[in-house]
Design a protein around this ligand. Structure first.
Ligand SMILES: [Mg+2]
Length: 243
């Protein structure tokens, strides 16, 4: 075995978007999804009462369609069309999102990259919407790959998708025990733990520090405002530290 083959994978941080990098509640996201659902299923569909925080776009769309009386077969057949229509509408409407960046997010992301971390996205939002938000916030260059809410309805199942995308992008190898999820909801924490990753929870969404810690987050930050603290927190949360 060569030393290169034994070299530990570079550490990877996978960032959630809404409530973690950007203020949750994008003004165009929900309206675009409701419009896409209503058009494709040819009836009024709303997201009223559907759990959103930390949930996957596919799962949100399925639940909203069910509540509007659409059958599962029709949902299965037409969800891809809903995602396409959602992306088309959001790209038409999205403007500058830099004012929605959470405190310290750009500096924290840059500090991680500077400290030798690879960076990707693990977002419940659909791919087209998530990438558009990052472009509009000026962060797209930091996140060359990711896994998204139209890849799978289960958040934990997004982790191997993101690891494969990262491995393909970097030509190296990413593994769960050298990966940390950064997110703002118990669903992020649960996904990380089920996938064998570390987790850094941030209390910039709807959940407080104690609540996130109570769900099993090993490291919880009030926010991303101290870049050095974010780098240290991610290193502390890695299941397998550097040799
Ligand atoms: Mg979130």
């Amino acid at each position: 075995m060569t030393s290169a083959a034994r070299a530990p994978a570079r550490p990877l941080a996978l960032f959630d978007i809404d409530g973690t990098l950007l203020v949750a509640g994008d003004p165009d996201h929900i309206p675009c999804l409701e419009e896409a659902l209503s058009e494709v299923f040819d009836r009024p569909v709303t997201l009223d009462g559907v759990p959103l925080g930390g949930n996957q776009e596919l799962a949100i769309a399925r639940e909203a369609a069910r509540r509007a009386g659409v059958g599962d077969d029709e949902i299965d057949a037409l969800l891809p069309e809903v995602m396409t229509e959602l992306g088309r509408r959001f790209l038409e409407r999205v403007g500058d999102r830099r004012h929605r960046l959470l405190p310290g997010a750009p500096a924290a992301v840059a500090a991680l990259a500077g400290a030798g971390w690879d960076l990707g996205l693990l977002s419940g939002g659909a791919r087209a919407v998530s990438l558009a938000k990052m472009r509009a916030a000026g962060l797209a260059d930091h996140f060359p790959f990711g896994a998204f809410g139209d890849d799978h309805e289960d958040r934990a199942a997004l982790v191997p998708v993101a690891l494969s995308a990262g491995t393909a992008h970097h030509g190296g190898h990413h593994s769960p025990d050298r990966t940390v999820l950064v997110g703002d909801t118990p669903r992020d924490v649960d996904a990380a733990l089920r996938a064998g990753c570390g987790v850094v929870a941030v209390a910039t969404g709807r959940f407080g520090v104690a609540e996130l810690a109570g769900h099993g987050a090993q490291v919880v930050l009030a926010d991303l405002s101290d870049a050095a603290e974010v780098v240290a927190a991610c290193a502390a949360a890695l299941p397998r530290p550097a040799a």
